[in-house]
Write a protein that binds this ligand. Structure first.
Ligand code: ZN
Length: 230
């Protein structure tokens, strides 16, 4: 039986699948108390016994192939496999199996902004996405992506960058020449290397667009080598 990689899951990834306030912190404490037994059952699949009070909680976990995501999990306390919020026992088991807390500079709620002024260069007429001299939807999206990139800028290693993989945005109001548009991207969910942002744009008076945007953190040179091989 070939072993899977050792997991390397950050607390922010665990926090992204947690809706029980405080269970991340309680899980870290449980892990620090020690005594958690665990075993790899199959590649990427583990079970653990987590001491809890005078008893144990049994936890089953399966990780993604890169070890950075928690694919499925089960705990006797939540009795669900897959989508329940991660409980403190799952948090403690993950930390025990990977041997500690994986450092990251990412945190939910971190945000950044990018700004532009509507000129004859970024209207729908100019970029070919319409006929009118109003801020172009593709330029609104570009501004939102720019805000998301800036949000990640100081959080990645030097060889890393991010690529946009999904965008879902409503352009809710038209902006005329001269309007100053500010886009804000806020980290909403972190799943391993995949970062989902909530994005919003404002013209100083009102919201002109909002939605979500997902980026994936990649190794820049490996990514470029892979696409030129194709
Ligand atoms: Zn539990």
């Amino acid at each position: 039986m070939s072993a899977g990689p050792k997991p390397a899951i950050t607390l922010v990834t665990l926090e992204s699948c947690n809706h029980f306030v405080g269970d991340i912190e309680r899980g870290v404490k449980l892990y620090q108390q020690g005594g958690i037994e665990y075993q790899e059952r199959e590649p990427y699949g583990w079970w653990a016994n987590v001491p809890y009070g005078n008893e144990y909680r049994s936890v089953a976990l399966s990780f993604s192939r890169d070890g950075q995501e928690l694919r499925k999990y089960y705990c006797t306390c939540t009795q669900g496999y897959g989508n329940p919020p991660v409980c403190r026992h799952v948090v403690a088991a993950v930390l025990a199996i990977q041997g500690g807390i994986v450092p990251t500079r990412l945190a939910l709620g971190q945000s950044a902004t990018a700004q532009t002024t509507v000129t004859t260069y970024n209207t729908a007429q100019a970029v070919g996405s319409g006929q009118l001299d109003v801020f172009a939807t593709p330029m609104l999206i570009a501004l939102m992506e720019q805000a998301a990139c800036m949000c990640l800028a100081d959080k990645l290693a030097s060889e890393e960058t991010s690529v946009g993989v999904k965008i879902d945005v409503e352009h809710t109001a038209a902006s005329p020449l001269g309007a100053v548009i500010t886009a804000t991207a806020t980290i909403a969910v972190v799943t391993g290397r995949k970062i989902k942002f909530s994005v919003e744009a404002h013209d100083g008076q009102r919201t002109v667009g909002k939605g979500t945007h997902t980026r994936v953190i990649v190794d820049a040179s490996r990514f470029m080598a892979k696409i030129s091989d194709a």
